[in-house]
Design a protein around this ligand. Sequence first.
Ligand code: FAD
Length: 456
Amino acid sequence: MADYDVIILGGGPGGYLAAERLGHRKLKVLLVEQESLGGTCLNVGCIPTKSLLNSAKLYAHAQHSERFGVTATGVAYDWTQVQAWKADVVGKLVAGVGASEKRAGVEVAYAHGSLVAPGVVEVAGETKTADHVIVATGSVPVLPPIPGAADNPLVVDSTGLLAVESVPQRLVVIGGGVIGVEFASLFAAFGSQVEVIEMLPEIVPFMDDDLAARLRKALTGVTFRLGCRVTGIEGATVVYTDAKGTERRAEADLVLMAVGRRPLVQGWGAEEAGLEVGPRGVAVDDTMRTNLPNVWAVGDVTGRSLLAHAAYRMGEIAAAHIIDPVAARRNGQRLRTDTIPWAVYSMPEAAGVGLTEARAKERGHDVITATVPLAVSGRFVAENGVRGPGAVKLIADRGTRAVLGVHMLGSYAPETIWGAATVLETELTIDDLRQVVFPHPTVSEGIREAAWAITD
Ligand code: FAD
């Protein structure tokens, strides 16, 4: 008999949620984590960035509240306290994960784990066996081979930037994806002069181009250089070629390398155990099964989606199939990447789910769209004025009238987008969506207005 029902490698969102789901069903689970429970998300990702962004937002609000009839004098920030708040939030949430695992009866081993073969894992040099193994080792930042980038103390990744002891006067961000944009917005709010250098023609690639352009223009205090290729870094000066092929230099005090993350597929026995690793990460089917019997992979390591809530969902799917494969199949427990929402917690915020207009056309849809300003929402106007940056774009198929994508720019977008994700997940049409009653006044009403604004 095996030592455990399930051994899980990695205690990030994918691993710890799977462990809880399995533990609550009385399976004997060992969760192996080599650093800190909560993984990238809790320790150096989602949560610390949102804690710092919250302080930045409060600071910005306090400075710009006169038009709402509120004047604050002597507004200042204390970076040490900003960091202390972040550390406190992270500490509490990591402890919370530990407590949840305990409640679920999950055994946690703080050690490096390696997959030896299906059902066999080495944990801190000891061999353990299990009926199932879930791999949830996450991802690491990509460091592109740019001359001058490696071993340069003035070039940091997101983890390095989260820990800086003071706000840099000038920050250059290489990469205009979600992580780059959030940090740009955060440090601009604290007074850094921020330049973002992005190779693509627009920021946040999975956001519909129209709205991404509006987001870029609304990010005050940030200069964007689009279509530019970085060719070298000298100290904290970034050398790049602009869209016209001219060489330019961006002077900074610190450089953030935020060009993306890659699945962590080395150092834990994937190759030796014969696990299939594809170009995106550990290869899985839509029930999170790998090529090896009873070996599953979830979260960033699969490369299917590099978001914490996607990792949660993948963890749940694997757990459901381990607990009761017949019920899991009957209940349609499988990964649908097209309906995973995303969010950017910058100032302003943005979020979306489903296809962009361009992607929908590429997939052969005869597309109909509507874009409405968030000024259609009374609450949005009360809080931002009619010219506040905010819009909703809805993308649908002309023939079936199925909603294919919803993209939102403006306050509360990350809190609102799950409603649109439900629309996509349940395959509702524009006409179904029009019948849904939204609370008033809310910013979410923008989604309903967009459904009514479609005239075709
Ligand atoms: P991870 O969270 O990476 O966890 C993997 C864990 O496995 C780690 O704790 C690691 O120590 C452990 N591990 C690895 N190898 C071994 C081994 N051999 N033995 C034992 N343990 C091992 N996503 C969002 O959805 N929203 C956000 O707002 C957001 N913000 C982000 C901000 C930043 C700056 C970054 C970097 C990421 C952000 N993400 C965000 C992405 C999110 O953090 C990841 O998608 C999520 O953490 C993936 O979860 P995971 O369980 O797959 O892997």
